[in-house]
Write a protein that binds this ligand. Structure first.
Ligand code: HEM
Length: 161
């Protein structure tokens, strides 16, 4: 049975569905790369979105060249267009973001980045998600391994469901 959308999810409704596309990544300490990505936003009738992302390295011809990062979490709309997001990574990192949503655009900044002892030193993040026409665009800046906040990833995805 298709659950009814919780009214609090209205401002985030544009994210719902499955998205596929490609992006570019880099950082001062690594070689730049291209990646493919699948993002899924679902709901169960409660006031949060269930989020997951998978990525793959793309080779020169745009073929899949092996798995890269995965991440999963929950997007929690709050009053006054605020949004809280929890994200867990298999790299020993957990991020808590806070931000806001307006006009099909979500801007998030890390409130907390927690790391296991073996995780890389990630200290902050900034994410933008928004519709570009009918596509979903997103960009991620991070402060990590002694470098100030700057771009790590950006991608553009098409809705496939
Ligand atoms: C979601 C898609 C992501 C993709 C496709 C991606 C891809 C990559 C790749 C290919 C590298 C270089 C090779 C390596 O060290 O594994 C890298 C490095 C790195 N990424 Fe990501 N990444 C993603 C998300 C993240 C996130 C969310 C964080 C932080 C929470 C992050 C933090 C880092 C760090 C700290 C490095 C190492 C930098 C260094 O050691 O110099 N990445 N990433």
């Amino acid at each position: 049975m298709e659950p009814e959308l919780h009214p609090d999810l209205k401002p985030l409704e544009f994210l719902l569905g499955e998205w596929e596309g490609a992006g570019v990544g880099g950082y001062p300490t690594i070689d730049s790369f291209r990646f493919g990505q699948e993002i899924s936003f679902t709901h169960i009738g409660k006031p949060y979105l269930i989020y997951s992302s998978r990525t793959w390295l793309l080779d020169e011809e745009g073929g899949l060249a092996g798995p890269l990062a995965v991440e999963t979490g929950y997007w929690r709309p709050r009053p006054d267009h605020e949004v809280e997001v929890t994200l867990a990574h298999p790299t020993g990192i957990v991020e808590i973001y806070v931000g806001n949503v307006a006009f099909s655009r979500v801007e998030l900044r890390t409130d907390v980045v927690a790391r296991t002892t073996s995780a890389k030193e990630v200290t902050g993040g900034h994410r933008l998600y928004g519709l570009i026409g009918e596509d979903l665009g997103w960009a991620y800046d991070m402060a990590a391994v002694g470098q100030p906040l700057q771009s790590h990833l950006s991608a553009q995805l098409k809705r496939v469901k």
